[in-house]
Write a protein that binds this ligand. Structure first.
Ligand SMILES: Nc1ncnc2c1ncn2[C@@H]1O[C@H](COP(=O)(O)OP(=O)(O)OP(=O)(O)O)[C@@H](O)[C@H]1O
Ligand SMILES: [Mg+2]
Length: 270
């Protein structure tokens, strides 16, 4: 089951005297990644649009794909919209992980869509999309989600889409409208993003991180010559969560997490 049991209203709790605020739980979309679900108290609140932001090779695509595979295993139709890599190549890379299930792709539970092909089909060929073209893009993604009944979506990457939208106010509008459509469809989404050069920023334009419901940050750090991958949840609307740092390991059976022990010399941060 995805959701933790609903909490009783405070007035039902013996001795609470009605002073405690009722702790109502939002329905969760369990990522299926044990460590992540544990620090999110059950998973991502369903319908949230979450930025998976990080530097190169930190595991953004792998984490996002595992989220979809685990969802498809639970009977939730899962949709991967690829912008940067062809889905054929992606599936090839992914099939080196034991957690990947080709049968879910064959059954149509896990669906891959190449956005560049869609751009061509829709005639969106200009480098900078006009407001009308952005509108077409949103409606196309909405229709894809509706027609497939997708409950999980990954866009890899949002940065590549924003490259063709460019202006901050249009990026804001695109994301607000996309978020609204996905929420209405009960679809929980991960948007992969590069991080900007300014310290303390979790996205390239800065707009993205403000709009989304959650930010999962990944970065590389050096310790005694090794490069470790570190994960931290910066924000997640609708739930309490840990904001500690976790070292992640990409293993054949999926992503593993362990607390990032302080002490020792490590270099590099988000
Ligand atoms: N079968 C495998 N088992 C364990 N680790 C793997 C396996 N295949 C790839 N990896 C690791 O995953 C890394 C790639 O991770 P991933 O593509 O998810 O990162 P990313 O953050 O999306 O990178 P990019 O910034 O290039 O998009 C590889 O560099 C490798 O270290
Ligand atoms: Mg990637």
């Amino acid at each position: 089951m995805d959701s933790p049991p609903a909490a009783s209203p405070a007035s039902d709790v013996p001795g609470a005297g009605g002073l405690m605020t009722p702790a109502t739980h939002l329905e969760r979309c369990a990522t299926g990644i044990e460590g992540l679900d544990s620090i999110l108290q059950g998973g991502i609140p369903r319908g949230n649009m979450v930025l998976v932001a990080g530097s190169v090779g930190t595991g953004k695509t792998t984490l996002s794909l595992e989220f979809l595979v685990r969802g498809a295993e639970r009977g939730e139709r899962s949709l991967f919209i690829s912008v940067t890599e062809s889905s054929t190549k992606l599936v090839q890379n992914l099939s080196t992980f034991e957690f990947f299930r080709q049968d879910l792709v064959n059954q149509g539970q896990l669906v891959f869509v190449d956005l560049p092909n869609l751009y061509l089909k829709l005639g969106l060929e200009r480098e900078e999309l006009s407001p009308e073209e952005i509108d077409i893009l949103i409606r196309t993604i909405r229709d894809l989600v509706r027609s497939t009944g997708a409950k999980r979506l990954v866009l890899d990457s949002l940065t590549s889409v924003c490259y063709r939208i460019r202006r901050d106010e249009q990026i804001r509008d695109f994301m607000l409208r996309l978020g609204q459509e996905l929420k209405e469809a009960g679809c929980t989404s991960l948007l992969v993003s590069e991080i900007g050069p300014q310290p303390g920023r979790y996205s390239l334009h800065g707009v993205e991180e403000a709009i989304v419901d959650g930010v999962v940050l990944l970065w590389n750090t050096r310790r005694m010559g090794d490069i470790l991958r570190v994960l931290q949840i910066v924000k997640m609307r609708g739930t309490a969560h840990s904001r500690a740092q976790y070292v992640i390991e990409l293993t054949p059976i999926g992503m593993l997490m362990a607390p990032h022990l302080k002490g020792g010399r490590s270099e590099g941060g988000p």
